[in-house]
Design a protein around this ligand. Structure first.
Ligand SMILES: NC(=O)c1ccc[n+]([C@@H]2O[C@H](COP(=O)([O-])OP(=O)(O)OC[C@H]3O[C@@H](n4cnc5c(N)ncnc54)[C@H](OP(=O)(O)O)[C@@H]3O)[C@@H](O)[C@H]2O)c1
Length: 293
């Protein structure tokens, strides 16, 4: 199948149609022969993911908005930097074209805005930006890269969601909308791309210490609520790709059990977490992340 850079707006449904064997190829991707795109590589978790993929031999394209952070990282690792604003559809189309032209076979859609705050505290413009960056951009990248991966019969897409993609919390309705959405998209795309040998995973971090949007907000967690590191998220991404995992959670067992419980009993789980101080944590987080809207 001839390939070209497919921009989101001109993509036709039949461009991804592939006929042939009904056998399911092995969708495990080898990192040392891969070309990987990491979005949000200027952020706390994105930097850890980029370094981990680089250490395992992936050829990298890294992207972010802040050129002053992105370019030194690209120079240090000797990789290609693509500065772009994912809230701009033109920039997203350009990133899609660059990713297809480079032959990306591992996509790590990691960039996101924290999107915290109560619904009435977000302006319509902020809501649009959150939806574009957190949800539309990863879907557009997946749509652009899928034909290339299908044509080759291998490739992997990793979407960085959150435990907020399983359990909703106060002052994070927009964040949860995007993270539930990304998880649903990833699991659906996984089913569609599996027959073509292409893997899709969703990674769900809990609270991440040392760097990233939670750490930057400087919020105290209730006693007993544990954290994980950006490097733990990077290891989860590697595992997701090399073992073709559907979902990988990156959080202590207590939080993971809590998230599973919330999936089946959301009202009861919300009452328990209120008692544990979720409203205070959410309000502090929204305040600490106000400058990232
Ligand atoms: N940290 C946590 O505790 C935690 C928990 C669960 C899930 N996550 C998820 O992990 C991922 C990484 O988060 P993080 O903690 O590393 O956050 P972070 O440090 O705030 O980094 C966010 C990244 O997204 C990029 N980004 C934001 N808006 C953008 C835009 N308009 N265009 C292009 N890039 C944009 C940022 O680029 P610039 O900095 O260059 O603007 C940055 O590289 C996110 O998907 C987040 O939802 C994080």
């Amino acid at each position: 199948m001839a390939l070209r850079a497919v921009s989101w707006s001109d993509a036709q449904p039949d461009q991804t149609r592939v006929t042939g064997s009904s056998a399911v190829p092995n969708s495990r991707t080898t990192l040392d022969a891969s070309i990987a795109l990491v979005t949000g590589a200027t952020g706390g978790i994105g930097q850890a993911i980029a370094r981990a993929l680089h250490e395992r031999g992936s050829r990298l394209l890294i992207s972010g908005r802040r050129a002053d952070v992105l370019e030194p990282l690209a120079d240090e690792l000797g990789v290609q930097a693509l500065t772009c604003d994912l809230s701009s559809r033109e920039d997203v189309a350009r990133l899609c074209e660059a990713a297809v032209a480079a032959g990306v076979d591992v996509l790590v859609a990691n960039a996101a805005l924290p999107a915290s705050g109560e619904l009435t505290d977000l302006t319509p413009e902020q809501i649009d930006r959150i939806l574009e960056v957190n949800l539309r951009a990863p879907i557009a990248l997946a749509r652009a890269l899928a034909p290339l991966m299908i044509d080759r019969g291998h490739g992997h897409m990793v979407f960085i969601s959150s435990l907020s993609g399983k359990v909703a919390a106060p002052a994070s309705s927009l964040y949860s909308a995007t993270k539930f959405g990304l998880r649903g998209f990833a699991l659906g795309a996984r089913a569609d791309l599996r027959p073509h040998g292409v893997g899709v995973s969703v990674v769900l971090p809990g609270f991440i210490r040392d760097a990233g949007m939670f750490s930057d907000a400087d919020v105290a967690l209730p006693r007993g609520v544990g954290t994980r590191s950006p490097q733990d998220v990077a290891v989860a991404v590697i595992r997701a790709v090399t073992r073709n995992r559907a979902e990988v959670e990156v959080a202590p067992i207590g939080l993971r059990l809590g998230a599973s419980f919330a999936s089946v009993a959301p009202e009861l789980a919300a009452a328990v977490s209120r008692r544990l101080g979720s409203e205070r944590v959410a309000a502090d987080m929204a305040e600490g992340q106000r400058d990232k809207r």
